[in-house]
Design a protein. Structure first.
Length: 601
């Protein structure tokens, strides 16, 4: 493995160009007082740390080897040593108290900031439009909110204070050493440039290595998210071995990135340690010569020996903290890149709030494309009056589902206008629009929890009684009441313990509990088992009562009683009318109808 192996094209997808560190500091503003207290405690602890060698060095000169010590009685010298020892213990205790309080405060502040950042990130992701989720793997989003956020926790809980502490300590030690003896101080500093060069090189290499590692962690998480969700399909087609090989390739890629980090650290740490040893040897040789010559006292030499250890350790710690900081900054770059992403169409800052949505929907010469000018809808116009039942039919890719997505404003039109109750939906509150729309899809997602929570969806304004009434009205109570814990029966993600029909009935109950004015049924009656088919048909009929209803269905038998059926073909409405009117036209609808009769004949 090469240390300077070039990055792959996909190893560095970072697009953030701002000052990451300054932005991270900005999150400390609400906790500034707490941080200042921490800094005061750090200063106190550093001062005590610097004072310890001076206390011992003075005791050596005053009570053991110095001229003053030789003039004192043995009892006085012993008493002086005891006093110095007692002071040393008090200094250690005071330093311990400062360090413990500072540590607890920093940990608390760090956890609060991480909580705030994670909440901000999740709230921001929820505001992004569906186009973002169309092109972004779920595993990548999960990595940002979990791994990457946690990676920067160390910045707030440790690194910032350590950087301040070590910087202050190095400057304080340098100042005291120069004040004690300039020549001895210069002996101590002679190898500092070597440490500086090592640190600069290490910082550059470690930054690149950490960026690669974070990218490959994201790749692995994305792979796992996709393939664990699709495990049934993998097993159905017997692709376990091939997918395991692909996983091993991703895992090996991460292994190489981590190994590169380890190698860089393994080269840097011994190099700095050997530099410290060389400086210590140089100081001992020069200092011993000065002591023998009588120009420097033994206590002063002791202080310098202790200080050179205390001087190089913070420098080495600073470099190692740069290592951790690089990892945090690499994660922060990815987080801020995501936070800076703006929705394809931002919400109106001052949206119009309608007193009540009635359910009139109008498409006025609407053009829409998911990408460029690859038009999915072409000059589509129609009006749906409140309470009408409208169905869209057509071949796959005709644009039916795109119409439903535009009504809920999950995407925005490229040209034309969509109006609800006479108002352009771009001026209305997206929250109000979506609250007024109940959508039942063919693929029902069930969250981990219980039956009641999957109907309520954490909306505590929906009472237990309302949940039961909604379930009863759509026939869902027929299977819920048979469960051991009824509405508190535990269900797993995707509802694997429920049949497709039972999941669909839960979806109907969920929709009815929110009492929408506009009901959208997107292939809601497809792929259901025979046992619950009649229950679902009854549920659909009850759901549609008193609501504007829009249906998309391939089975034409389920939409024959709609007020109007619109036939989509290549993004345009080719035919429109009732079931019988469309049959009389002898066009696309009649051909679809006859094909389905033949397939079921």
């Amino acid at each position: 493995m090469k240390l300077f192996k070039p990055l792959r094209q996909d190893d560095d997808p970072i697009a953030y160009s701002g000052n990451v560190f300054v932005r991270l500091i900005g999150y400390m503003k609400p906790y500034l007082k707490m941080f200042i207290v921490c800094l005061v405690l750090v200063l106190a602890g550093t001062a005590l740390d610097v004072y310890r060698p001076v206390l011992i060095g003075n005791a050596i000169d005053d009570y053991i080897t110095g001229e003053v010590a030789l003039k004192l009685s043995q009892d006085a010298r012993f008493k002086g040593i005891l006093i110095a020892g007692g002071l040393y213990i008090l200094v250690l205790l005071a330093r311990f108290v400062c360090n413990r309080f500072q540590y607890l405060l920093m940990q608390k502040m760090g956890q609060n900031i991480i909580y705030d950042l994670r909440s901000e990130l999740m709230a921001h992701v929820q505001k992004l439009t569906m186009r973002f989720f169309d092109v972004t793997p779920v595993g990548k989003i999960v990595t940002r909110i979990t791994n990457d956020v946690e990676a920067i926790n160390e910045v707030y809980s440790n690194i910032l204070v350590k950087l301040f502490q070590n910087t202050v300590k190095v400057l304080a030690l340098a100042g005291i050493m120069l004040a004690l003896d300039v020549r001895m101080a210069l002996y101590s500093f002679i190898l500092v440039p070597v440490i500086v060069v090592l640190t600069v090189v290490f910082r550059r290499l470690s930054r690149e290595a950490f960026q690669v590692t974070r990218s490959r962690v994201t790749e692995l998480n994305t792979f796992l998210s996709e393939h664990l969700s699709g495990m049934r399909l993998i097993q159905v087609f017997g692709r376990e071995e091939r997918k395991h090989e692909a996983f091993c390739e991703k895992s090996e890629s991460l292994y190489e990135a981590n190994s590169r980090e380890i190698l860089i650290n393994a080269l840097f740490r011994p190099s700095t340690y050997m530099t410290y040893v060389a400086a210590l040897v140089l100081l001992l040789v020069a200092g011993a010569s000065e002591v023998i010559g009588g120009t420097v006292s033994l206590g002063t030499l002791y202080i310098f020996i202790q200080y050179i250890d205390s001087f190089f350790n913070p420098i080495q710690e600073l470099a190692e903290q740069f290592s951790t900081l690089q990892s945090a900054l690499a994660s922060a770059e990815k987080i801020f890149t995501l936070l800076d992403m703006q929705p394809d169409f931002p919400a109106d800052e001052h949206p119009t709030l309608l007193p009540e949505i009635q359910g009139r929907i109008e498409f006025d010469h609407v053009w829409f494309a998911y990408k460029g000018e690859d038009w999915v809808l072409k000059d589509v116009s129609f009006v749906i009056e409140p309470g009408q039942r409208i169905a869209f039919v057509g071949a796959t890719g005709a644009g039916k589902s795109s119409i439903l997505n535009l009504i809920g404003r999950y995407y925005d039109v490229n040209r034309g206008e969509i109006r609800i109750d006479g108002r352009d939906i771009r001026t209305l509150s997206r929250e109000q629009i979506r609250r007024a729309i109940g959508q039942v899809q063919q693929d029902v997602f069930i969250f981990t929890g219980d039956i009641a929570s999957n109907i309520r969806l954490r909306d505590e304004s929906i009472s237990e009684q309302a949940i039961r009434e909604a379930a009863r009205d759509v026939n869902a109570d027929r299977f819920i009441d048979r469960l051991p814990d009824t509405y508190h029966q535990h269900v797993t993600e995707r509802g694997s313990t429920l049949s497709s029909g039972e999941r669909q009935l839960l979806s109907f109950a969920r929709t009815l509990a929110y009492d929408p004015k506009i009901l959208i049924l997107d292939e809601a009656t497809a792929n259901i088992d025979t046992e619950t088919e009649q229950w679902i048909q009854e549920a659909v009929e009850r759901l549609m009562q008193g609501r504007t209803c829009i249906m998309v269905a391939h089975r034409l038998s389920t939409i024959q009683h709609c007020d109007r059926i619109m036939v989509m073909h290549h993004g345009r409405i080719r035919e429109s009318g009732s079931h019988q009117e469309l049959l009389d036209m002898d066009g696309i609808y009649k051909k679809l109808y006859e094909l389905q009769l033949l397939s079921h004949g």
